[in-house]
Design a protein around this ligand. Structure first.
Ligand SMILES: Nc1ncnc2c1ncn2[C@@H]1O[C@H](COP(=O)(O)OP(=O)(O)OP(=O)(O)O)[C@@H](O)[C@H]1O
Ligand SMILES: [Mg+2]
Length: 333
């Protein structure tokens, strides 16, 4: 089984069948002209044949014999049936045209809503990242120094002679250390500080190291190009969040034993960045089509928002490969 999720084309192009699109766009329908010509030729031909062979007269003589069965009224009834058929098909044609027009309108408003939705989602993510950064700074600045001060005080108290006080002070020191570590982890989740301070590659290295500590049984190989350290903020953040979500998914959903994380330039002139995360786990389940999570969808949205392409390939029992290309047109020389 293979899943390919790529940069979507225009929703209108996806939804509108070409035949209907031709009618909607009002282009001449060449088939109709041809058919009218054929119909005229056919009618003329029949007219010439009936003229040549006096078909109507012969028909009149023939049907007159069956006057008792009113067979002579049949040609008029058939003419009326033909007219009724024309009337019926014209009505249906009108209905089809109206339906196609309504459908085209619905599709274009759907396309507009999709675009608006996408822009809104991008804006929400941006605001969320800004808010996270602000919270991380506040927590770091407000709490960090006080916790350090508490630890130092606890350490000096623990040197006192009173063993009771000393042991309590030691415990306070340990608890404070624990809180400090929890806050450090929280800060990393809120906003990878290393991303701002040291750039993408070191931040991802740090992320992977921390992840490895939690999952020592999974072997993780990193191929990180150090030249990718100094990239625009939105690219850094997108690449970082992709790796973060992919690693979270691996730890939550797979039974992988090997993972590899690759970040490098796609070409020598640095026009695009490639981010790839692969695992050898069980792969996406084909029996679970309606997945409820938002991780993969958010990854794809993030990548689309910076004009990149997202590709997810999954093979049952062979693993998942997420490959993302992020354009770096500003850096190209
Ligand atoms: N590397 C992977 N290997 C196997 N299955 C995966 C992998 N990544 C994702 N999945 C499957 O795809 C589903 C969707 O993943 P997604 O990240 O979108 O959502 P989630 O992880 O379930 O929830 P969320 O990310 O919103 O907390 C998962 O529930 C899981 O079944
Ligand atoms: Mg997830």
């Amino acid at each position: 089984m293979g899943h390919m999720l790529e940069k979507p084309s225009s929703p209108l192009t996806q939804l509108t069948p070409p035949a209907i699109a031709t009618k909607i766009s009002g282009k001449p329908v060449s088939r109709a002209k041809q058919d009218i010509r054929k119909a005229i030729i056919f009618v003329l031909l029949i007219y010439l044949i009936t003229w040549e062979f006096d078909v109507a007269e012969k028909l009149a003589v023939f049907t007159a014999r069956y006057e008792t069965m009113q067979l002579d009224e049949l040609p008029i009834a058939m003419l009326m049936a033909a007219l009724a058929g024309i009337w019926f098909s014209r009505r249906r044609m009108h209905e089809i045209k109206t339906e196609a027009k309504l459908r085209a309108e619905a599709e274009s408003s759907l396309a507009r809503l999709l675009n608006e939705n996408r822009a809104l989602a991008a804006h929400v993510r941006q605001v969320q990242e800004l808010e996270r950064r602000r919270m991380a700074q506040d927590i770091h600045d407000d709490m960090g120094q006080y916790l350090t001060a508490i630890r130092l005080d606890a350490r000096s108290l623990s040197k006192l002679v009173d063993p009771m006080v000393a042991s309590r002070a030691e415990r306070i020191g340990l608890h404070t250390e624990h809180v400090q570590k929890a806050i450090r982890d929280l800060l990393h989740r809120l906003r990878p500080v290393a991303l701002d301070e040291y750039g993408l590659i070191d931040a991802v290295r740090h992320l992977v190291q921390e992840w490895k500590k939690q999952y020592p049984d999974i072997s993780c190989r990193c191929i990180l190009d150090d030249r990718c350290g100094n990239l625009p903020d939105n690219i850094n953040l997108t690449a970082y969040r992709i790796v973060q979500e992919a690693l979270t998914n691996i730890s939550r959903h797979t039974e992988a034993t090997t993972v590899s994380v690759t970040i490098n330039f796609c070409s020598e002139n640095k026009t695009a960045l490639e981010v790839r995360v692969e695992d050898n786990g069980k792969g996406l389940s084909s029996t679970e089509p309606n997945r409820r999570g938002f991780g993969i969808a958010t990854m794809r949205e993030r990548v689309t928002a910076v004009g990149g392409s997202f590709d997810l390939q999954s093979t049952v029992n062979t693993g998942v490969r997420i490959s993302v290309i992020l354009p770096l047109s500003d850096l190209a020389e």
